[in-house]
Ligand binder design. Structure first.
Ligand code: NAI
Ligand code: MG
Length: 351
């Protein structure tokens, strides 16, 4: 028996979440091995406008009791992005030590991706999600004067890099990926990136069955475009991983089909699963958002909880629906969010 906390959020987050939940309901109905219950939390920008906070003060204590979190998207033109992101998503990621950000980069047949590569693109990006370049250490001197100078520190700890590397190699082995590629820049960033290189290499020595390579980030971005089919697991620091993730999702079809997971590998807190995209105010309310990224995020959640079979069934159904051309405008189609959601459900049912 598993309990999931569901936070639809704002804008299209709510629209695509509806499809994910209908699908979950369907799967639970037809699969007696799946015992999942969920509770929906209305924490969002709307909630903020009413209560002056994105979630209640004891929000994390409430979420802590769940086995996983399914998140939609947050963001509303009436509330500063700084508030919506930093007062809801960030406390969850940080408070629950979700130090791995995980993104599958998989080319689904039938998607008109920009590269048009007729090869099997199927790799994952594992991004260190808690330290690195996104620290708030630093400062700004002489602000507003001609001598103004800003310093932003990167913080890398041996322990942090080691844990992220261990996750990457373990994952590669468990899923039969033959290669781990580490993104580095130790030719120019001499302190932190050398520590990164050393720790990753040290962890790699425990995995002789997996080929390990370390590639400079600038060259790596080019290889992503030139030969994406060669990657297995790509391990990167916070900033490099952020950039590679968006590049990766754009080569296989864009935001509407890009799921992600924020993982707490120790399992002492819940992990969170969410589409990469935001609340898309430009199309919110029109019923044309692509629900695939959200539905795929649900599949990642189910897989994380050990329900591999329904997770596979969802992915196969997504694949089928795309090949049938049942897609939203972002993928060149004319279908609505609900039509795509229903088609995926029908396909899961018929399998
Ligand atoms: P966005 O991801 O919401 O939208 C970017 C573009 O992609 C838009 O043109 C949108 O229509 C399109 N798009 C996104 N998801 C789509 C889908 N499922 N189907 C079809 N088209 C889709 O990013 P943007 O515009 O930069 O940010 C909008 C709001 O979302 C902001 O408030 C931002 O802070 C927030 N945001 C929240 C995130 C989260 O909740 N994790 C992540 C990124 C942004
Ligand atoms: Mg990003």
């Amino acid at each position: 028996m598993h309990n999931i906390a569901v936070i639809p959020g704002d804008g299209i987050g709510r629209e695509v979440m509806e499809e994910a939940l209908c699908l979950l309901e369907e799967i639970c109905k037809t699969n007696s091995l799946l015992t999942i219950e969920w509770e929906i939390f209305s924490w969002s920008s709307e909630y903020y406008l009413q209560h002056g906070e994105m979630m209640p003060k004891n929000g994390l204590d409430t979420l802590k009791k769940y086995d996983a979190i399914l998140f939609g998207a947050i963001g509303d033109p009436r509330v500063a992005d700084e508030v919506s992101i930093w007062d809801l998503i960030m406390p969850i990621r940080k408070g629950f030590e979700q130090y791995i950000n995980f993104r599958p980069i998989k080319q689904l047949a039938g998607i008109n991706a920009p590269l048009q590569i007729d090869k099997d693109i199927d790799f994952v990006i594992i991004r260190e999600n808690a330290e690195g370049e996104y620290s708030n250490m630093g400062g700004n001197l002489y602000q507003g004067t001609s001598q103004e100078m800003a310093v932003q520190n990167t913080v890398m700890t041996r322990e942090g890099v080691k844990k992220a590397s261990a996750f990457a190699f373990k994952y590669a082995r468990s899923k039969n990926y033959k290669k781990v590629t580490s993104a580095t820049k130790s030719n120019a960033i001499l302190h932190t990136m050398k520590l990164w290189d050393r720790e990753v290499a040290s962890v790699s020595s425990n995995y002789e069955d997996i080929h390990f390579e370390s590639v400079y980030i600038d060259a790596l971005t080019a290889y992503f475009v030139q030969r994406p089919e060669e990657f297995g697991v790509v391990l990167a620091s916070n900033l490099f991983g952020d950039i590679l993730s968006d590049l990766g999702s754009s080569i296989v079809g864009g935001l509407g089909v890009s799921p992600s997971a924020n993982i707490n590998p120790e399992g002492n807190y819940p992990s969170m699963f969410e589409p990469v995209h935001g609340s898309a105010p430009d199309i919110a309310g029109q019923g044309i958002a692509n629900p695939i990224a959200q539905v795929w995020s649900l599949a990642l959640l189910l897989e994380h909880l050990g329900y591999e079979q329904p997770a596979d069934a969802i992915l196969q159904s997504i694949q089928h629906v795309i090949q049938e051309g049942i897609v939203t405008p972002d993928l060149g189609g004319t279908c609505t969010t609900k039509q795509v959601g229903k088609a995926i459900r029908d396909q899961v049912k018929s399998n």
